[in-house]
Design a protein around this ligand. Structure first.
Ligand code: NAP
Length: 240
């Protein structure tokens, strides 16, 4: 089995399958990734064709796309490669967030739309869209606190403080960040999972710019949690 990883769910899944031969693939974006149990390979495959060739040469019998909901290229490649190599594909994707009473959310289609909306909403921005998302805000006239695992690269906003950190984050910590930096707007991708920053924003009545997810490939069997993935994988194995 090949798990396309880069998320906490992918790590958890690899650790939940002692009876399976598991290889996890990581893109290689972070310098000290948290490694899952089992075999790990790092680096791109060379597009959908490269991934299909890997599935064939490694005799992979099931492909699990457990990548981040915003990693659209690899998910598209996974669907194409699984189809051409005749390998069943399971997509493990945590549900997105839903707005609750007290939230002041502005849903946008992409980072570009988020950047154009920002000046109407605030001037001290907490940007949580990850290192690769920061460039989209380079031309926005505001002060930014940007949190990412690895340092961002130009283009970047002129007034930027970078906070290098990796989740999960606590509610107390998120409250401190918002208050300590006098944040007046939060920008987030609709990644799902623990959302302490959203609770802290709600408590303070802060507006949130929420970037919608790209669509999931329609061909895949989608599961929403690790337990469901294990169940599906066990059923597939037992049917073979
Ligand atoms: P992406 O735009 O969908 O993928 C770009 C290229 O990176 C792919 O075409 C592929 O190269 C390679 N790649 C991506 N994931 C890979 C994997 N698990 N194993 C091997 N190659 C992979 O991806 P991204 O948004 O840059 O994200 C990169 C990784 O970081 C993903 O694995 C994702 O789970 C993780 N991540 C992403 C985000 C986010 O917000 N996008 C957040 C947290 C974690 P080839 O075409 O050469 O195969």
């Amino acid at each position: 089995m090949l798990i396309l990883g880069g998320t906490s769910e992918a790590r958890e899944l690899a650790g939940s399958l002692p009876a399976f031969a598991v290889i996890t693939s990581l893109a290689g974006r972070t310098s000290s990734p948290l490694l899952p149990a089992g075999e790990v390979r790092i680096g791109g495959f060379g597009g959908a064709d490269g991934l299909a060739a890997y599935l064939r040469t490694q005799h992979i019998d099931v492909l699990v796309d457990a990548t981040h909901p915003f990693a659209a290229t690899i998910s598209g490649n996974a669907a194409e490669a699984a189809g051409s190599a005749g390998v069943p594909l399971i997509v493990l994707r945590r549900p997105g967030w839903t707005e609750q009473a007290g939230d002041v959310w502005h849903r946008v289609r992409d980072l570009r739309e988020a950047a154009s909306l920002l000046p109407q909403l605030g001037h001290r921005v907490f940007l949580t869209t990850g290192r690769q998302g920061i460039a989209a805000f380079a031309e926005v006239d505001a002060w930014f606190l940007a949190r990412s695992v690895e340092p961002p690269e130009p283009p970047m906003p002129g007034r930027l403080e970078v906070l290098l950190d990796r989740g999960p984050f606590t509610l107390a910590g998120e409250r401190r960040l918002l208050a300590g930096h006098r944040i007046d707007v939060l920008v987030s991708k609709d990644s799902g999972g623990p959302g302490a920053k959203l609770v802290a924003a709600r408590e303070s009545g802060l507006p949130v710019v929420m970037v919608d997810r790209p669509p999931t490939p329609a061909t895949a069997h989608t599961v929403v949690c690790v337990a469901e993935a294990v169940e599906r994988l066990t059923t597939l194995r037992d049917a073979r």
